[in-house]
Design a protein around this ligand. Structure first.
Ligand code: AMP
Ligand code: ZN
Length: 471
């Protein structure tokens, strides 16, 4: 028998994704062969993004990276820059709306960039698509799906027999159980706003229904259509958006397009809690990415966000961060000091098992387990050629996952932004020793505990205090 040096046959698994509309995992099939369109509901820009907001950005960035391996992807992530919350922020701070939105668009992109989120292909802004929104609203009125009342235009929910399919709500039950006070201009409680009038001090645009501004849902329908077409392959967002936002987008788009499917696959990420508590302003436990990245490397935050499967809840705590930091120490530890040849770097492939895990509804816990398996193999490798090839595979995997982007030596020396630097650590140790000499043991212990929390173990010896980063 002739020995075969070919790689074992890989059965090319298609990508499987859990679709909220169908309520199950289905094989992913784009409309056009070889091309994919994806739309992710982006931020409303009146404040910094919190760590919960970062979850969809990171998770669907990973999906985009995976899709780009096999398809020509067009990924749109919008900016909602007209919204009542922005108007309220302007009144509260006295800053003009444009200044607020410009500030938080930049901050959002910088903060997500720090988490390794690559820019989308298109970043449409609502205020630049008012004409498209008006055109879509006109089409909905013409087709009998919307009506004008007192300067408002409302979507007539009863005109869409499919309404409720995405969120699995029965409209009749919704009406029966409704305690919503019906605005006088509405025909039915669940009819939602497509357009509303603006007072002179509020942002507004001329329209066939007078000066006004769009409702939130129509913004996404109009922007998705403009940049991706009537039927898009993937529509994504956090699970709180299923109802009403996505249900309403679906109703508007399919009714405006004579029943053409709006999204072939609906994907929703689970929620992030803080220390097992819902994040909320009133509880004062809202963690902003902008602040977190001052002390925690972006890669640690990214890995922490990817450590749970995207549809599962994820709890954010000191342990979540510490465990992600340790995982990265293991990954960087494996590649540290290994010379990767140019040929290996060029030829390196991501292990098939890791790809297969991601292709299975973005199973990141499994993909990370495969990544660690690779690190273990590398730790056991005995010759330089094997080490170089395996390290190259580690870097290729890291590139796909958005991890291992730093130099390993910098990682361990603390030169990665957000890590305590060697200078910081030594300054803290000097402070602790000064406190000890002065007899202030409480302060000395507090500094040691703080260092330990930051992953630094110190040891007092005859020659002074030494330290190491814990793994
Ligand atoms: P918003 O600016 O509130 O529309 O939220 C932007 C994105 O963040 C949406 O996709 C939300 O579903 C998502 N999101 C908001 N809070 C959380 C959370 N605690 N956990 C996960 N995703 C969230
Ligand atoms: Zn949206």
């Amino acid at each position: 028998m002739i020995a075969s040096f070919e790689r074992p046959n890989h059965v090319f698994m298609s990508i499987q994704l859990h679709d909220t509309l169908q309520g199950r995992k289905v094989p992913f099939k784009p409309l056009k062969k070889g091309e994919v369109t994806m739309y992710l509901c982006g931020p409303t820009v009146y404040n910094y993004a919190h760590i919960g907001n970062a979850r969809p950005a990171v998770v669907f960035d990973l999906l985009a990276r995976l899709l780009r391996r096999s398809y020509k992807l067009t990924f749109a992530r919008n900016i909602t820059d007209v919204d009542d919350k922005i108007n309220a922020a302007s009144v509260e701070t006295g800053k003009p709306i444009d200044e607020i939105t410009a500030q938080f668009i930049t901050a959002y992109n910088d903060d997500m960039g720090a988490l390794g989120v690559l820019p989308p292909d298109v970043e449409p802004r609502a205020t630049q698509h008012i004409a498209e929104m008006i055109a879509m609203i006109e089409a909905l009125i013409a087709k009998g799906h919307a009506y004008e009342a007192e300067g408002h235009v409302l979507f007539d929910v009863s005109s869409d027999p499919e309404y409720g399919a995405l969120s699995k709500r029965d409209l009749r039950e919704m009406i029966a159980g409704s305690r919503v006070e019906v605005a006088p201009y509405k025909k039915a409680a669940h009819d939602f706003v497509l357009w509303k009038p603006s007072t002179p001090e509020l942002p507004g645009w001329d329209s066939p229904w007078g000066r006004g501004r769009p409702g939130w849902h129509i913004e996404c329908s109009a922007m998705a259509r403009k940049h991706l077409g009537e039927t898009i392959d993937i529509h994504a967002g956090g699970q709180d958006l299923v109802f009403p936002h996505h249900e309403n987008e679906l109703a508007q788009s399919s009714c405006a397009h004579d029943g053409a499917p709006f999204a072939r696959h609906w994907l929703h990420n689970g929620f992030l809690s803080i220390d097992h508590t819902k994040m909320s302003k009133s509880l004062g436990n809202v963690l902003l990415v902008h602040d977190l990245i001052k002390t925690i490397p972006g890669e640690v935050i990214r890995l922490a966000l990817l450590s749970a499967h995207y549809r599962q809840p994820l709890d954010w705590s000191e342990e979540t961060i510490e465990s992600a930091r340790k995982m990265l120490d293991r990954l960087y530890g494996a590649v540290q000091g290994i010379e990767v040849s140019a040929a290996d770097r060029e030829a390196a492939e991501v292990p098939e098992a890791l790809i297969a895990a991601l292709e299975d509804d973005l199973n990141t816990p499994k993909a990370l387990a495969e990544f660690f398996g690779l690190a273990r193999e590398l730790n056991k490798a005995r010759n330089d050629a094997e080490k170089s090839a395996l390290a190259a595979q580690m870097y290729a995997s890291g590139e796909l996952m958005g991890l291992l982007g730093n130099d390993p030596d910098d990682w361990f020396a603390g030169h990665v932004k957000g890590e305590l630097s060697v200078e910081d650590i030594e300054a803290l140790i000097d402070k602790r020793n000064a406190a000890k000499s002065a007899g202030d043991y409480a302060k000395a212990d507090a500094i040691r505990d703080q260092l330990s929390k930051d992953g630094i173990t110190i040891q007092d010896g005859r020659d002074g205090t030494s330290w190491r980063r814990s793994t």
